[in-house]
Design a protein around this ligand. Structure first.
Ligand SMILES: Cc1cc2nc3c(=O)[nH]c(=O)nc-3n(C[C@H](O)[C@H](O)[C@H](O)COP(=O)(O)OP(=O)(O)OC[C@H]3O[C@@H](n4cnc5c(N)ncnc54)[C@H](O)[C@@H]3O)c2cc1C
Length: 397
């Protein structure tokens, strides 16, 4: 079998390279930066760990197996973090009133009985919400929940892409979340070490251009980069992929001397509350042993407020300070902070992406991977890495 080149050393590329090696393939992984991890980067500050992207993973049997094989002890969230808050005038456990709740339960159950719940092709999340839920539930519950994961705009997001998997019979059982002592950077390092131990090669600070695309290869890079790399060899496919939109995102890690007193996972902020924050995670409550000081992680930007990513670090700090005063009623200053601004943060799981992913052709000897092909979260990426590795080995034999 020829050596498979994996281009891109983010979580997608690393887990694909490892899965290929486990299937018996020879692998070279190429990363253009001088470090692997892509969006994921953990910085150790004096106050604790600052994460630039993922800070926990949805636990599945597959994720458990990966951590076990890499000998990484799983950090289980504190029970208090089972509580989630929504900001509707003030932080609340449940964003809907009694009648709103009864109405949405009735509508949902009726939809279930009539088997009308699975999303329709070309249906937006807000249209699905209008059909299967109620307007208040769609805006305050569904949109708020989804903006915490996809940072998208429900008027354009594809219901099939983001809600469809919930209705799949073969969906894995959700077992909660899992973190890592030392942060997500530890997982990236462990993946690299395992790839090398299995005989794989990792070349960092090497950039591949579209003219010298080595085949067979797997592109595990963001969609605009995949489009650029494919332009010479597969212009029609490159043009199609180049239409995939990305939403900018800001992840601000703030460390406070005083605990904020919140016993909850975090607080989601539905649109329409006059706030720009998408949500805030209370890390001290989720993983109490991870940081020295109380860490809050504020998420801003996304498809509904791309301009947030254009603010300066000072502007973002000031904005968060104002909104923190309203959401938590606190005005103390962080002792330390680290802000990651991703101008091209996450692929927008919108109706354009749904259309583009329908029967996406792959040129011979080139396979596509990344968080724009079926899942933004790490557990979904891992699932795809393992099935794609089997496909690549089968097709390149
Ligand atoms: C703020 C934020 C919070 C998040 N929180 C969570 C969370 O809590 N849980 C969760 O599961 N997920 C979370 N995610 C999502 C998750 O982190 C990402 O979906 C995932 O890390 C993406 O990995 P990737 O490998 O697909 O892409 P990337 O991380 O973008 O990696 C792509 C890699 O390809 C490299 N590359 C690009 N072009 C080339 C080239 N020409 N040659 C060689 N290399 C190239 C890049 O340098 C990069 O290393 C979050 C994301 C963000 C932004």
């Amino acid at each position: 079998m020829k050596t498979i080149t994996v281009i891109g050393g983010g979580f997608s590329g690393l887990t694909l390279a490892r899965a290929l090696l486990k299937e018996g393939a020879k692998v070279v992984l190429i990363e253009k930066e001088n470090r692997c991890g892509g969006l994921i980067r953990t910085r150790r500050l004096a106050s604790g760990l600052a994460e630039s992207a993922a800070s926990s993973i949805s636990r599945t049997a597959r994720v458990d197996r990966l951590l076990e094989e890499l000998r990484l002890p799983a950090l289980v969230p504190d029970k208090a973090s089972n509580r989630k808050l929504f900001y509707v005038g003030r932080p609340r456990r449940w964003p809907l009133g009694v009648f709103e709740t009864l109405h949405v339960v009735w509508k949902y159950v009726a939809g279930k009985v009539k088997r009308r719940l699975p999303p329709l092709p070309g249906e937006s999340v807000s249209a699905w919400g209008g059909r299967c839920l109620t307007k208040p539930a769609t805006e305050k519950l569904l949109a708020a929940g989804l903006q915490g994961i996809y940072a998208g705009d429900i008027d354009h997001m594809s219901a099939s892409l983001v809600l469809g998997p919930m209705f799949r019979r073969d969906r894995g059982r959700y077992l909660g979340l899992v973190g890592l002592q030392g942060g997500m950077g530890v997982l990236i390092e462990a993946l690299k070490k395992d790839i090398l131990a299995r005989g794989g090669e990792i070349r960092e600070s090497v950039e591949i251009s579209g003219d010298n695309l080595p085949t067979p290869c797997a592109l595990a890079v963001p969609a605009p980069e995949a489009a650029r790399l494919l332009r010479a060899q597969a212009p029609a496919l490159a043009e199609r992929i180049s239409r995939i939109r990305y939403a900018p995102l800001v992840a601000a890690n703030l460390f406070f001397e005083e605990d904020n007193g919140q016993r909850a996972f975090g607080c989601l902020v539905p649109r329409g509350q006059g706030l720009r924050t998408l949500g805030v995670l209370f890390h001290r409550c989720i993983f109490p042993t991870q940081d020295r000081l109380s860490c809050e992680r504020w998420i801003l930007g996304g498809a509904t407020d791309p301009a947030a990513a254009d603010l300066s670090a000072e502007g973002l700090r000031e904005l968060i300070r104002t909104e923190r005063r309203r959401i938590l009623g606190l005005d103390d200053q962080p002792v330390e902070s680290e802000i990651a601004v991703w101008k091209q943060g996450l692929p927008h799981y919108d109706l354009t992406l749904e259309k583009i992913l329908e029967d996406l052709p792959e040129p011979e000897g080139i396979w596509l991977h990344g968080n724009w092909l079926g899942g933004i979260g790490l557990s979904r990426i891992l699932e795809r890495s393992e099935s794609l590795a089997k496909k690549i080995v089968r097709e390149s034999a």
